[in-house]
Ligand binder design. Structure first.
Ligand SMILES: [Zn+2]
Ligand SMILES: [Zn+2]
Length: 405
């Protein structure tokens, strides 16, 4: 039995018991993938859940994705002949888009040109500038960063945009989370409207004056907390937090003023906060740079609190994406769906493990320390190990380990 057959056999065992249900299944295009290839065939369609479940039981694909779009003829190709009927919205948060410190511990790179190698995550070789080959891993720390982003997004969707219906959440099966929005409020949104939503969510081109932050007659105003909405409200909260931290060098750096002036501002913290809350006025720093100072502070607060949403993906209505509650062929983990309540306590590298503890012997080429189902394994470097089936599948699916014997 080779590695692909090993993963496939175990997937088949899992799908023998699974019973999926997909909303509007007959109008979606499906795609499946093989060992090491997420999508190798597209333009598949299923008339019913039971047809899909039979397919999963018989074929046990290593990857299965479906379209966000609804089509009259999902099985037709080219795309233009499918007859587009509308589409869900999707937002993806992947840990590989985030700059977390843990990457220094678990990621590495190698340069195909000068053969340079190193720890951490970067795009181009620091010696010769060639795009590097990345070795990416995901741990509780970086996945938790994607969860935090997901919560910010949910807050924006529900509280700012009133899109609180038809949200469903799932783990991607590898690097992060997917947030699906379905239903009439989103189905007919045009491409332009989807871009506009994205701009709002990522605060692209945010106009501070429109949010209630503006200068008039040498006074810099902010919105009243009770009247503030959306980004205006969010910025007030962030401003209070920044002042509360009392870090004068941070305020100086953000606002482009001297540490001495920042200290002056913080010495009056209580009055500054009271004026914000009660009068809708931001403290005037001495000198002429008041407007510049507050706008620079606001810009920093926006850029350090905005979401890393992949713009390309979120606006692409032709995209196909992992079917929730199916297995990811690159990890063997379940792209598990969960409720908003469950999300708070969700452990993505434990709650998505579906395979047993049965011991399997593998030869591991190279792996950092990995966390799965509450246990740490490795690091491994060109060595044999006996691992529980779920960890063996994870490393084999990631193509970092081979079967022994
Ligand atoms: Zn190089
Ligand atoms: Zn990590």
């Amino acid at each position: 039995m080779n590695e692909e057959q090993f993963v496939s056999k175990n997937f088949r065992n899992f799908y023998a018991k699974s019973d999926l249900s997909v909303p509007a299944i007959s109008q979606r295009e499906f795609g499946v993938g093989d060992f090491g290839k997420k999508i190798s065939r597209r333009h598949l369609s299923f008339q019913s859940d039971s047809e899909l479940n039979t397919y999963l039981r018989e074929q046990a694909p290593l990857f299965i994705s479906y379209s966000l779009a609804y089509y009259e003829f999902p099985e037709r190709s080219p795309m233009s002949s499918k007859s587009f009927l509308g589409a869900d919205l999707i937002y993806e948060f992947d840990a590989d888009d985030l700059k977390t410190e843990c990457k220094q511990r678990h990621d590495s790179w190698s340069c195909p040109k000068c053969e340079g190698t190193g720890k951490g995550s970067l795009d181009n070789c620091p010696k010769c500038g060639t795009p590097v080959k990345k070795e990416q891993w995901f741990c509780p720390e970086c996945l938790d960063a994607t969860r935090k982003q997901s919560f910010v997004l949910l807050d924006l969707l529900e509280n700012d945009l009133g899109l609180d219906k038809g949200i469903s959440l799932n783990f991607s099966g590898n690097a992060g989370y997917h947030i699906h929005l379905r239903g009439d409020s989103v189905k007919d949104l045009s491409h332009e409207a989807r871009i506009e939503l994205l701009d709002y969510l990522t605060a692209k081109g945010l106009d501070f004056a429109k949010q209630g932050f503006y200068e008039s007659e040498k006074t810099f105003f902010c919105p009243y907390p009770k009247q503030a909405k959306g980004w205006g409200k969010r910025l007030l909260v962030l401003l209070e937090k920044l002042l509360g931290e009392g870090d004068s060098s941070k305020i100086a750096a953000f606002g482009g003023i001297s540490v001495k002036k920042a200290k002056e501002l913080l010495a009056n913290k209580e009055q500054v906060l009271a004026a914000m809350r009660e009068k809708g006025i931001l403290y005037s720093i001495s000198g002429r740079k008041n407007k510049q100072f507050w706008e620079s502070i606001l810009s920093h607060l926006v850029s350090s609190n905005t979401l890393d949403i992949d713009r390309q993906t979120s606006a692409d209505i032709r995209k196909i994406i992992r079917v929730p509650d199916t297995l990811h062929g690159g990890t063997g983990l379940l792209a598990k769906s969960f409720s908003r309540e469950e999300f708070k306590e969700f452990d993505p590298l434990s709650d998505t493990v579906v395979f047993s503890d049965e011991s399997v012997k593998v030869f591991i080429n190279k792996s950092p320390k990995i966390y799965l189902k509450g246990n740490w394994f490795g690091p491994f470097n060109e060595e044999e190990a006996k691992l529980p089936l779920y960890a063996a599948i994870y490393l084999v699916a990631k193509r970092r380990a081979n079967l022994v014997g």
